[in-house]
Every structure is written in structure tokens, then in C-alpha cells.
Design a protein around this ligand. Structure first.
Ligand SMILES: *Cc1c(COP(=O)(O)O)cnc(C)c1O
Length: 458
């Protein structure tokens, strides 16, 4: 009998659910889960304790802590907001470009029913998002434009429509991997075209292109070396020269520009990344670029160029599978509109970040240092930021970071706790310290960063 008592007694001492929920409500590290999620997690934890007679019954706060850990594990796969303190402006793993407020508002407005393919004047079906195409023509100087899902889709569509069964000529110096294992040669093959590589890794001349042309050649592809830089004994053929060759041999010149610089970039960056308008002016028949790199908009692939070519892409069956959705179109239109006026361009976060002076970054670092002073050790240090997103490779952007540390807490554990916060704060670790880079944080995010630090050191 005594044994049976021992097995059953602990059950009666399990704290009641309402007491656990009260404790969960005041939980320091993970206060944000909805009540229903807490109830499920606590119930599972109680169930586990009920079935485990070997374990002493813990107190309410310990049960809540166990449930909080289970909740955190269950929610790691969830898409949630991140405060970017990495110093990488266009961070591919963090959703690339942070959208402008106007773009966010446009997404909200389009989220219900909207004029996606509707002409309010006639009350009939209209073209799909004509505003985006008009703005793309305006910012690029091209005759026609089309928006699809991403730049890889733009290339796939262009190659499928313009060079099916034909040959595409590319320099060996431009057969790049975009990232995540996606390579330009694979996209060309997927489009049904045959790839002709010309030149060498470091030097490709006009004569190399010329010699490779056959009656089956349809297209010359020039790919911007966006995610690496070649230095030393290098030579590439200019767009102007390729354009003249394409015209003489009745080929299409397609320029994959990658990062989508609509120019001008702020300050010293202005000269370092070719712009879409420059590519059109130099004689590209079509230019393809991303919407979520230097352009600072949503994920999208933009094509601008000759009206007859855009028209044939518009009528290709693949377009239906690659077209852009209403939310992205709304955000893209709002972002492009900001680009059309020098007064509003700085509202695009990517351009605002790239245009900051070191003085502004220093002031932001000082403000944050002051706000966390009572919570942890903090020191302002010089830092190097990057544009990221395959733009301006190798360019180092002078920045300031706040180096934070807590006695007795390893840097990787502090960094982990900051990432576990809602919103997550993602910095980087250098020399045993957590660095929060000011280049990619905004002033109106500092209070939330302080909140994350407070929770992490509690
Ligand atoms: C980034 C990039 C791409 C791929 O663009 P996505 O929008 O990510 O599909 C293609 N080409 C170049 C040169 C790039 O830099």
C-alpha cells in the first residue's frame, strides 16, 4: 500500500492549469505565445509528468519553463520578424530587401480584392498591373517591361521564348552560380537552349563571340559578375561592342544585371554598379534584374527592353507559371514610384542604409549604448558592412557596431538568446563578443533591440 501511495501522491501535487497560465503570463523570456499555445504546451508537459512516476514533481515555474522551451522548439520553423544587425544590407537568408513603408501599405491595400486585372473606367477586364510596367519603362528608358517571379524566372522565360532549340553564347568568365546551387548554365539548359562558352575565365574578347556564332545562334548573354570580383589580368567585352555585333548578326543581346541598380546609388557607390538605364542606353535588347536586391522591393524578376521581344515573352505559355502575384505587384509598384523622385528615394530602406554617413552610424551606436548601459557591457567599435545580395562584391562599407557582452554568459549563448527573441535580433560574433551593426538597424528599431537584450540577460 505504501508503494502505491508513493506512485500516486505526486499526481495530486501537479499545479492546476490556471496557476500555470498565471505563471506563463509573467514568463520573462517567451511572453508572446498565444494562450491556446500555452495551454497545449502545459497540458503536454503535465501529461508527461503524470506518466513519469520516477520524477519529482517540479514547481509551477519549472513546468512553465519546460513548456516555454517546447514552444520555442515548435516555433523555430515559423516565419517571423528579424531586426537585422548583421551589417549586410541585402541579406539573402533574412528576406533580402526590407520594404519601404509605402510598399508595406500597398501590400495591405491589395490584400483584399484589388484592381489586379480590372479597368475601373470600363468595368471590364484590364491588363495585369499596367502601373508597374509604366514605372519600369520610366526608370529604365526602355520601350517595354514585364515583371515575373524572380530574376531566375526572368532568364528562364527569356531563354525559353527567344532561343528555343538554339544556341546561347556566354563568356566563360560569366558562368556564375547565383547562390543556393543555382547556376546560369543550368538555367540556359532548362530553357531548351544550347550553351556555347567562349573566351577564358579572365579574358573574353569580341572576336571570341564573333568566332562562335553559327546559323543556330539566337542570343548573346552577358551576365553581371555580381557576387564576386575579378582582379588582375582581366578583359571583358563591353555591352556597346556586343550590341553592335548582335545587331549585325541579327541576334538578341540579353544582359543579366542581377542586382537591379536603378541609379543613382548614394555617394561613392554611384560609380561601382552598372545601372539598368545604362545597360539599355548601351544597346542591350533586354535587361533582366531582381526586384529585391539594390532595387529594394519585393522578390521579383524584371525584364525591360525592346517592345517586340517583351511582347513575345508576354505570349509565352511559361508566363502563366512565372507571373507575379498581387501582393508583390503592389509592393513593387509602390517601391518603383519612390524611385521616380529624388525626394522619396531615401524612403527605400536599402538606399537609406547605403547612404548613411559614419557620423549617423556613430550617433545610433551611442544611443543604443546608453539604452543598454544598465543591462550589459557595451562598447562602440569600428565595423565593416556589405551591400550583400550579390551587389557591389568586395566593397567594404565603413560602419559602427555595438559590441555587447555579459559576464558569465558565452557570446554564442547571448547571440542565441537574441535570435530566440520576438522579434529576433541577428548580429554576428567576433572575438568572443556579440556585434550589433548600426548600418542595417533603423533608429525606430532600437527600442526593440533593447527589449531583446533585456530579455536575454534576465
Ligand atoms: C541574384 C542574381 C540572379 C538571380 O536572381 P533571383 O531574383 O534571386 O532569382 C541572377 N543573375 C544574377 C547576375 C544575380 O546576381
Amino acid at each position: 500500500m505504501a508503494d502505491r501511495q508513493d506512485v500516486f501522491t505526486p499526481q495530486r501535487r501537479l499545479p492546476p492549469m490556471n496557476q500555470l497560465l498565471d505563471a506563463a503570463g509573467g514568463h520573462k523570456v517567451f511572453p508572446r505565445w498565444p494562450r491556446s499555445a500555452w495551454v497545449d504546451a502545459l497540458r503536454a508537459e503535465l501529461e508527461r509528468l503524470r506518466n513519469d512516476a520516477t520524477q519529482a514533481i517540479p514547481g509551477a515555474s519549472e513546468i512553465v519553463a519546460q513548456a516555454a522551451e517546447a514552444l520555442a522548439r515548435a516555433h523555430t520553423a515559423e516565419l517571423r520578424r528579424v531586426l537585422n544587425a548583421t551589417g549586410i544590407v541585402v541579406h539573402t537568408n533574412l528576406g533580402r530587401a526590407k520594404l519601404a513603408q509605402a510598399a508595406v501599405e500597398a501590400i495591405v491595400e491589395a490584400a483584399g480584392n484589388c484592381t489586379l486585372e480590372f479597368d475601373t473606367e470600363t468595368g471590364r477586364r484590364g491588363p495585369r498591373a499596367p502601373g508597374v510596367e509604366a514605372l519600369l519603362r520610366q526608370v529604365s528608358g526602355a520601350a517595354a517591361a514585364l515583371a515575373v517571379n524572380n530574376n531566375a524566372a526572368a532568364l528562364l522565360l527569356a531563354l525559353s521564348a527567344l532561343a528555343p532549340e538554339g544556341e546561347v553564347i556566354v563568356s566563360r568568365g560569366e558562368l556564375i552560380e547565383i547562390g543556393g546551387g543555382f547556376r546560369i548554365p543550368d538555367i540556359i539548359q532548362q530553357g531548351g537552349a544550347r550553351l556555347l562558352e567562349v573566351g577564358t575565365t579572365n579574358r573574353t574578347r569580341l572576336a571570341d563571340y564573333e568566332a562562335a556564332i553559327t546559323p543556330r545562334t539566337r542570343l548573346l548573354l552577358k551576365v553581371h559578375q555580381s557576387n564576386f570580383a575579378m582582379v588582375g589580368f582581366t578583359e571583358e567585352t563591353s555591352l556597346t561592342a556586343l550590341s553592335a555585333l548582335a545587331r549585325a548578326r541579327e541576334l538578341v543581346l540579353l544582359n543579366d544585371l542581377g542586382s537591379g541598380n536603378l541609379a543613382p546609388l548614394p555617394g561613392p557607390l554611384a560609380l561601382r554598379e552598372p545601372s539598368v538605364a545604362e545597360s539599355i542606353a548601351a544597346g542591350s535588347d533586354l535587361v533582366a534584374f531582381s526586384g529585391d536586391k539594390l532595387l529594394g522591393g519585393p522578390q521579383a524578376g524584371l525584364l525591360v527592353g525592346r517592345a517586340d521581344l517583351i511582347d513575345s515573352l508576354r505570349h509565352h505559355p511559361l508566363l502563366r507559371a512565372l507571373r507575379l502575384d498581387k501582393l508583390s505587384l503592389a509592393a513593387l509598384e509602390a517601391t518603383l514610384r519612390l524611385h521616380t523622385d529624388p525626394m522619396t528615394r531615401a524612403e527605400v530602406p536599402v538606399l537609406r542604409m547605403l547612404g548613411q554617413s559614419i557620423g549617423m552610424l556613430q550617433v545610433r551606436a551611442e544611443r543604443l549604448a546608453e539604452a543598454v548601459a544598465g543591462l550589459c557591457a557595451a562598447e562602440i567599435v569600428a565595423s565593416i558592412g556589405h551591400a550583400g545580395g550579390g551587389a557591389l562584391p568586395g566593397l567594404e562599407i565603413a560602419s559602427r557596431a555595438l559590441s555587447v557582452s555579459v559576464a558569465g554568459l558565452p557570446a554564442d549563448e547571448l547571440a542565441r538568446r537574441l535570435r530566440a527573441h520576438r522579434p529576433a535580433v541577428v548580429g554576428r560574433i567576433a572575438a568572443g563578443r556579440v556585434l550589433l551593426d548600426m548600418l542595417t538597424l533603423a533608429d525606430d528599431e532600437l527600442a526593440e533591440v533593447v527589449g531583446a537584450v533585456r530579455a536575454a540577460v534576465a
